[in-house]
Design a protein around this ligand. Structure first.
Ligand code: SME
Length: 154
């Protein structure tokens, strides 16, 4: 089970040791992915020039390295300014499939701690239906909130 507080503490140690933002974003993805077999694909998209750009991921290769705001689950989360937890991706009309095996997906927004502005998102896919629990969401939010501090003035 992911412990978002513990992972954030490890990331803070790396930052204090001089790790830059790109390194920390990669470490976050690897740290999340390592905690559960339910997490089949874990990635971070950053919102840059009005579109989502894949920063790094662990899992099967995807061709969706850029996603316009409003498209798919990832783009909908930005357009609707909310986290999205989809129990069964087969029920969505606007789903962008990265893998035909994916059954559920969660997107947790990375926000500026001051303004709430969206910097990007954690995106997780699972081959199991309804894989992402409320507990997953809480722990992922902890990591996303920590990552949000790496943008802006920092
Ligand atoms: N399924 C996402 C696209 C990203 S892949 O899952 C890696 C979506 O519908 O936005």
């Amino acid at each position: 089970m992911l412990d978002g507080g513990a992972l954030s503490a490890r990331l803070a140690e790396q930052r204090d040791g001089g790790a830059d933002r790109d390194t920390l974003l990669r470490a976050a993805v690897e740290g999340i992915e390592a905690t559960s077999d339910r997490y089949d694909w874990v990635g971070i998209y950053l919102l840059e020039d009005g579109e989502l750009r894949l920063h790094n991921y662990v899992g099967k290769e995807t061709e969706h390295s850029r996603i316009p705001v409003g498209h798919g689950v990832c783009g909908a989360a930005v357009a609707e300014n909310r986290d999205i937890n989809v129990a069964d991706v087969r029920e969505l009309d606007n789903y962008i499939a990265c893998s035909l095996h994916t059954r559920s997906e969660i997107v947790v927004l990375i926000r500026d701690p001051g303004t709430g502005a969206i910097h990007g998102q954690l995106d997780l896919d699972s081959d199991q239906p309804a894989a992402f629990t409320d507990e997953d969401e809480v722990e992922l939010r902890r990591v996303a909130d920590w990552l949000g501090r790496l943008f802006g003035d920092v």
